[in-house]
Design a protein. Structure first.
Length: 540
């Protein structure tokens, strides 16, 4: 910002300031900066990660003996030369901005005749009067940002006089008071955006927070041995995050039991209704379809469902003609159709749905009780995702003992919430040979953190561990096909495609590039049976 602009329109023009902070008695490193060649010093910038950390430091005072030294005189002269240079052309600068972490600022005194620059060592603000007023600000050390900041227009400053070396208190008013507040903030590691008055933007706050998530186990290119260790460590963390370790501790001695409800002949197969008690007081209905033409042992398919009132839709059981049309159009009768292909299919009711809803939700006809399930699980370190992974695991145990299925050909697939359950189950249970999640894959920030989802899929701290591509990578070198509709309203295709590329890299690391596929369906949030069938058949 040019100086003449401030002289003519101080209230309407964005301001350029600077910032800083440091120790006691100039160090040799400080002297090298101060007494180095040239009159203009380098200004630290938040565009540099290293500089950003330095600018957050707290500055120390300068001993009186140093203020009387030639070194201090050189520092004062160079600070003024720097802030007034054509490259900067600011109205104030603080020691830390030029790498000198001392309580010293250079300020243009618009309240004095000739508007001179003056340098103030050991400065602090000791009184503020009146009310805060908004005004535009910028900063030499924070490029590319301007904004309104609330400041006082009447303050008292205290500093060490470079002439008498005594403490001096002075009242400063108007725009010059604003400059002093801005520069003194820098001495305490505060940058002006920290004080900017902006309308609260919920998504902007989330984006800022997500951008700082640790992603501690984000996969980086490495050899296969290191990748195996990465898988082992992340898998253990995910088990804890979804509460699976808590469930295993709580149910260490528990043996699930199951019983048949009814059976019917549907022509090509027998379809049976069962219930399984996967933990005390949790009786989950599930539908089994056993094709009649099985020779030997068939592949097993578990199909956890997504959100909807009909928990048996995947098995080809419909509430009415409209429900049937919806299922057929969206390929949501996949268990029935895979059974036609020779698979033994098991379609469980997901916890929080059907008979596992609260009495209030059942009476009201609500689709699910996911929120109640989620918040109560959190109280003991569990999550609905962990519950559903556990249920899939127990259904696999039961199926291997009671159904004519091949233990080497276990598939899990589902859409939406069922896709989420499938992805996590595939990542946690190595018995699953093929995993096909649909309408459930996208970077967390772009989907779960930006668009409305049901409570049941949220996992505390997941973004501090990894993103969805890393979760998918836990399945390698087993088979994984991620299915996403091109216009899925809760999983934008471009970030999903990019994250799938990350997962593909992990599969390549394990020498399993041919075991991974990212299929983009032409429609929206739905299942794509043909793509799933073709992939599954090619992998078994």
């Amino acid at each position: 910002m040019k100086m003449k602009m401030f002289a003519t329109s101080l209230a309407a023009t964005a301001l350029l300031f600077s910032c800083s902070g440091a120790p006691d008695g100039f160090t040799s490193a400080e002297k090298d900066i101060i007494l180095g060649q040239g009159n203009v010093m380098r200004v630290l910038s938040t565009a540099s990660p290293e500089d950003s950390l330095l600018l957050r430091g707290v500055s120390s005072e300068i001993p009186s003996a140093e203020i009387a030294s030639e070194t201090y005189a050189a520092l004062a002269a160079k600070m003024v030369a720097t802030v007034t240079s054509p490259e900067q052309d600011g109205v104030g600068i603080a020691g830390p901005q030029v790498g000198i972490f001392r309580r010293v600022v250079a300020v243009q005194r618009f309240d004095r005749s000739g508007e001179p620059f003056e340098v103030y060592p050991n400065i602090s603000i000791v009184a503020k009067r009146g009310s805060l007023e908004l005004g535009p600000e910028g900063c030499l050390s924070v490029p590319g940002i301007r904004g309104d900041v609330p400041r006082y227009r009447d303050i008292d400053i205290r500093y060490t006089s470079p002439y008498s070396l005594q403490d001096t208190v002075e009242t400063v008013q108007g725009f010059t008071a604003v400059i002093f507040q801005h520069e003194c903030d820098h001495l305490d590691g505060v940058l002006f955006p920290d004080r900017m008055a902006v309308p609260f933007d919920f998504q902007a706050r989330n984006d800022y927070m997500f951008s700082r998530a640790k992603m501690q186990y984000r996969f980086e290119p490495c050899g296969k041995a290191k990748a195996r260790r990465w898988q082992k460590n992340l898998k253990a963390e995910i088990r804890r995050a979804i509460g699976l370790t808590v469930i295993e501790e709580q149910l260490a001695q528990y043996e699930p039991v199951a019983w048949k409800i009814d059976s019917e002949d549907i022509g090509f197969a027998v379809r049976e209704r069962w219930q399984i008690r996967t933990e005390p007081l949790v009786d989950l209905p599930f539908v089994v379809i056993i094709p009649k033409n099985i020779e030997g042992k068939a592949p097993l398919m578990i199909t956890p469902h997504g959100h909807g009132i009909n928990t048996e839709q995947y098995a080809g059981i419909y509430l009415d003609a409209s429900d049937s049309l919806h299922a057929v159009k969206g390929d949501r009768n996949m268990a029935y159709r895979f059974a036609q292909e020779g698979f033994v299919t098991v379609s469980p009711t997901a916890r929080g749905f059907g008979v596992t809803r609260t009495p209030k939700d059942i009476a009201a006809g609500n689709q699910h009780s996911c929120r109640e399930l989620h918040v109560n699980d959190l109280l003991v370190g569990r999550t609905p995702v962990g519950d559903r992974v556990w249920d899939v695991s127990k259904l696999i145990d039961w199926s291997l003992e009671n159904l004519p299925v091949d233990p080497s050909k276990i598939v899990v697939t589902g859409n939406s919430g069922g896709g989420t359950a499938s992805l996590f189950a595939g990542a946690m249970d190595e018995r699953i040979a093929v995993t096909v999640p649909a309408s459930a894959f996208c970077p967390y920030a772009d989907s779960w953190g930006s668009l409305h989802h049901c409570d049941c899929g949220y996992i505390p701290g997941i973004m501090n561990l990894c993103d969805m591509g890393d979760l998918a990578g836990l399945i390698a070198p087993r088979s994984l096909c991620i299915i996403q509709g091109h216009s899925d309203y809760i999983a934008p295709i471009e970030p999903a495609r990019e994250e799938a590329g990350h997962a593909a890299e992990i599969f390549r690391t394990f020498g399993a590039a041919d075991k991974f596929e990212f299929y983009e369906g032409p429609g929206g949030h739905r299942y794509y049976f043909d793509a799933a069938r073709d992939f599954v058949n090619s992998m078994l």
